[in-house]
Structures are given as structure tokens and as C-alpha cells.
Design a protein around this ligand. Structure first.
Ligand code: F6P
Length: 341
């Protein structure tokens, strides 16, 4: 078989582990030829590609980023490019395309699959918000990075009797905030699924200082918002891909908490640090398993599916189910976190 691979959307630790796994399983076990499309869908639409051999993936298992490069593409550009993508695949003799990406990439994969391209998707995102898979690789790394940062912030916060408002990634879902917050013993966790009330949050922090505690850590997902009309709040605009441009919850919230509590409050934005660098062992293993199973799916002709972790097994899930809705933090998971903080 000739298999094309691409990585699209925001990068994420573990992408290279998938690429390596696809090449190993394909070349060694099936005698496949693997082609890498550069910079995500753009490479497929514009026919920019290179061969991926065992040599070209040697030593990349633990590397962050993606050796193929990534990009975001406007949905209209993708819709207009479907026939071009099909033509490039036909010209190259591609029998299967494995796009590795998050929500946007998998929606594009569905578009391509519906148009007749033989696609097997691999889900990735540090946000962990893809439905049908228990976990996406990259998430464990992001939570580990955020947890380490929170642990470090605690000691400096205590020395200065400050409130630290720490912003982590999570556009629509609060999985990183919830897990890193629990792991580090944060005193409040704010997620997009549940608009917060500033009065309640202020009381949680005030009560902590009243108990002679010297600091407080508030973790918030970048996409979280206050209940409308409860505090001054600047709304964001949209970028060219239709994504909301955030206005900085940590900055706005720390300003408000400082004003209400009379305590120093500092915003800390972890940003892309959470996405960079080497993947954890867990993410390397999950990414490797996804790559292995994606090649198997291609050989079985199971197109129009993604690989998904369910329990301890890797299953194939129809693309339509995977992109139907995002996997959000359920109320009961949030309740567990509330009890322990
Ligand atoms: O979707 C993954 C993600 O890391 C989000 O958590 C974050 O909002 C977004 O990507 C950032 O994207 P960019 O790298 O384009 O700024």
C-alpha cells in the first residue's frame, strides 16, 4: 500500500511517535510505502510531500512537535480543495490517508472521506476534548507540565502571600484545568463548561486567607467565562479560522480578585509551554498504539474511522461519531474536584 500521513492543527507532544509508528508498522510488517504531506492539509491540497523511510523517522519517538510541520486551514479553503486533494492522491497512487489532528482536522477528514478519499483519522489534542476516545495523546504531557508549574507557583505565592491565577489551555473544555488543578491541589478550578460567579470565587479565596493560609492558587481554562453581568469582562473577537480570540481570563480575574480582596493577585499564562517538548511515557505509548492501529485499519479497508482508546483497547470509531460533539467535563467530575479543594 502507499499511505499518506499528515499532521494538522495545533501541534501536540506525541505526533512524531504516531508518524514513526505508522512508518514502522507499514514498512516493516506490510512492505508499505509511506508519504508525508507537509504542513497539514496544505501539503495534500498543494501536493507538497516527501517519502518517509525508517531512516527519516529514526530518533523521533521522544521529540516534541511534528517533523511534517502543521498548519490551520480555513474550512472554505478545504471545501474548495477536496477535488484537488483527490487528484493529488490519485497521481501519487495513495491508497490511504492518515490525518492526525484534533476536532478541526477530523472534521476536515470527514469532509474528505465523504468525498471518497480513503481516510483513517488519528485523534490528537492536548485539550482531550475528542468524543469516543477516553484520552487523546498530548493531554497527559500538558497536565504534567501544568502540574509542575502549579507546584512551583505555590512556593513563590506563599513567600509573598499572593493569589496566583493560572491560565491553562482549554478552549471549550476544562480537562487540563481540572486534572492539573486536582493534581496540584489548587484552591479553585474554573472551566468553560461552568461559568463562574465572582462572588463565590472571592469568598473561597477570602475564606482561605481567613484561615491564616498565606496564599491561594486559582486554575482557569483559557475559554472559561464569568456568569454574564457579574464582573467587568472584555469579550473576544474571532480569528480567520472562526476561533474565538481570548481576552485573557487570568489577567481579568486577577485584577478583579485583587480589587475585591485587597491581596496581591498575579496572572500566570502557561500558554504554549504546555504543548512543547517531549511527550510523557503515557503519551508515547498511546501515540504509538494509535499509529499501529491506523495502519491496520487501512489494510482492512476500514476507511472513514478514527482510532480511539476505550478502556485499555484501541477501537475504530466512525468519523461522524467522533466529530458529532466535543467531550466536555461532566458535572460529576467537576463536583469531585470541588469537594477536595
Ligand atoms: O487545540 C489545542 C490548543 O492548544 C488549544 O488549547 C489552544 O486554545 C489552541 O490550540 C491554541 O492555538 P494556536 O497555537 O493556534 O494559538
Amino acid at each position: 500500500m502507499r499511505i499518506g500521513v499528515l499532521t494538522s492543527g495545533g501541534d501536540c507532544p506525541g505526533l512524531n511517535a504516531v508518524i514513526r509508528s505508522v512508518v514502522h508498522r507499514g514498512v516493516v510488517d506490510h512492505g508499505d510505502e509511506i508519504i508525508g504531506f507537509e504542513d497539514g492539509w496544505r501539503g495534500l491540497l498543494e501536493g507538497v510531500h516527501r517519502p518517509l523511510t525508517l531512516d527519516s523517522v529514526s530518533g523521533i519517538l521522544a521529540q516534541g512537535g511534528t517533523i511534517l510541520g502543521s498548519s490551520r486551514v480555513q474550512p472554505s479553503h478545504l471545501r474548495d480543495g477536496v477535488e484537488r486533494a483527490k487528484q493529488h492522491c490519485a497521481d501519487l497512487g495513495i491508497d490511504a490517508v492518515i490525518p492526525i489532528g484534533g476536532e478541526g482536522t477530523l472534521k476536515a477528514a470527514k469532509l474528505m472521506s465523504d468525498a471518497g478519499l480513503p481516510v483513517v483519522g488519528v485523534p490528537k489534542t492536548i485539550d482531550n476534548d475528542i468524543a469516543c476516545t477516553d484520552v487523546t495523546f498530548g493531554f497527559d504531557t500538558a497536565v504534567s507540565v501544568a502540574t509542575e508549574a502549579l507546584d512551583r507557583l505555590k512556593t513563590t505565592a506563599e513567600s509573598h502571600q499572593r493569589v496566583m491565577v493560572v491560565e491553562v489551555m482549554g478552549r471549550h473544555t476544562g480537562w487540563i484545568a481540572l486534572n492539573a488543578g486536582m493534581a496540584a491541589g489548587a484552591h479553585a478550578i474554573i472551566v468553560p463548561e461552568r461559568p463562574f460567579h465572582i462572588d463565590k470565587l472571592t469568598e473561597v479565596v477570602r475564606e482561605r486567607f481567613d484561615r491564616q493560609k498565606k496564599f491561594a492558587i486559582v486554575v482557569c481554562a483559557e475559554g472559561a467565562k464569568p456568569e454574564p453581568g457579574t464582573m467587568p469582562w472584555e469579550e473576544g473577537t474571532k480569528d480567520m479560522y472562526g476561533h474565538e480570540r481570548f481576552t485573557g481570563i487570568a489577567t481579568q480575574l486577577s485584577r478583579e480578585l485583587e480589587h475585591r480582596l485587597g491581596k496581591e493577585a498575579r496572572p500566570v499564562i502557561l500558554g504554549h509551554t504546555q504543548r512543547g517538548g517531549t511527550p510523557t511515557a503515557y503519551d508515547r505509548v498511546l501515540a504509538t498504539r494509535f499509529g499501529w492501529h491506523a495502519v491496520e485499519a487501512a489494510h482492512k479497508g476500514a476507511f472513514g474511522h478514527i482510532t480511539a482508546l476505550q478502556g485499555t483497547e484501541i477501537k475504530l470509531v466512525p468519523l461522524g461519531e467522533a466529530v458529532a460533539e466535543l467531550k466536555t467535563v461532566p458535572a460529576e467530575r467537576y463536583k469531585e474536584a470541588e469537594t477536595v479543594i
